[in-house]
Design a protein around this ligand. Structure first.
Ligand SMILES: NC(=O)c1ccc[n+]([C@@H]2O[C@H](COP(=O)([O-])OP(=O)(O)OC[C@H]3O[C@@H](n4cnc5c(N)ncnc54)[C@H](OP(=O)(O)O)[C@@H]3O)[C@@H](O)[C@H]2O)c1
Length: 254
């Protein structure tokens, strides 16, 4: 029993959970008792090893695979789940794509893929899974945003805009679904060491510049994002909805 944060009996879907922040979240939800659904583009070594670990923890686990750039991906995910698993009570919209480019150079393809993966798929997955939560009179929808919601980045205009747009969706849905026991919140990381930034952070000048902009003076790890997500998913957070919580070592304050 995990007391306040017990998630046993719940089923959670985490998009983009074969690595990075999504994987850390998937493990933590399983640790606190949830059965879990891993998602990524295609099955592979990462997904298989995460699935084996979760099975060893004694949880039920299923892998679902779909490229979120594909307009039918949300339906593909839904169909794979209903084949032989429980629909999720908890949905964590974590997968995203981030393309660096000067704003004057952004191409249509770069625009479309970030909009489809980060925004359109978030909407479509919410459209498919929130009604089930409403019917059950319990649910948790958590979107993984970014410090870039409030700090536009000159090399990531479209990415930042999608994150701010998803936060807008959170603020719309939260009061609509609150009467049904469904909470909707956004968790916004600052700089977290993962595959997506390990190359740029290997540059010592860039690394120093980033650290100087973080009040706690270190870069976060994927695990730094997990406690907040587990808390928001648990019954202890039933009175918290429509919130945006930064996990950024205080960066948003500077
Ligand atoms: N890392 C940071 O500093 C940071 C900062 C702020 C916000 N965030 C946000 O935190 C979340 C996780 O970031 P991360 O750094 O952990 O990312 P990551 O290490 O780059 O991993 C990305 C995950 O998303 C999945 N994904 C990417 N494109 C996809 C697509 N087209 N279809 C399906 N799945 C796709 C990947 O699956 P595959 O392995 O199959 O590609 C992978 O599981 C993202 O929403 C990101 O915007 C991260």
């Amino acid at each position: 029993m995990k007391g306040l944060f017990d998630l046993s009996g719940k089923t959670a879907l985490v998009t983009g959970s074969n690595r990075g922040i999504g994987k850390a979240i998937l493990y933590s939800l399983a640790e606190y008792g949830a059965d879990v659904i891993l998602h990524c583009r295609k099955p592979g070594e990462n997904s298989e090893s995460v699935i084996a670990d979760i099975r060893n923890m004694g949880r039920k686990v299923k892998g679902v695979y779909a490229d979120l750039a594909n307009l039918n991906s949300a339906n593909q995910i839904y169909d794979q789940i209903v084949e032989d698993f429980k629909l999720p009570d908890i949905v964590i919209l974590n997968a995203s794509m981030q393309i660096r480019n000067q704003w004057t150079q952004i191409t249509d393809d770069e625009f479309d893929s970030q909009i489809n993966i980060n925004l359109r798929s978030s909407l479509k997955l919410a459209q498919l899974f929130v009604p089930h939560m409403q019917k059950n009179k319990w649910g948790r929808l958590i979107t993984i945003g970014s410090i870039q919601q409030i700090e536009p980045n000159k090399e990531m205009l479209v990415y930042a805009a999608t994150k701010d747009a998803v936060l807008n969706m959170v603020k719309l849905l939260a009061p609509m679904y609150a009467p049904y026991g469904v909470t909707v919140n956004n968790v916004a990381p600052g700089t977290i060491y993962t595959d997506r930034n390990k190359e740029v952070l290997a540059n010592s000048d860039f690394h120093e510049k980033i650290i100087n902009g973080i009040p706690v003076k270190f870069i976060g790890s994927p695990e730094d994002c997990t406690g907040t997500v587990v808390m928001l998913c648990s019954e202890s957070s039933r009175f918290i909805t429509g919130e945006n919580i930064f996990i950024d070592g205080g960066k948003h304050l500077l």
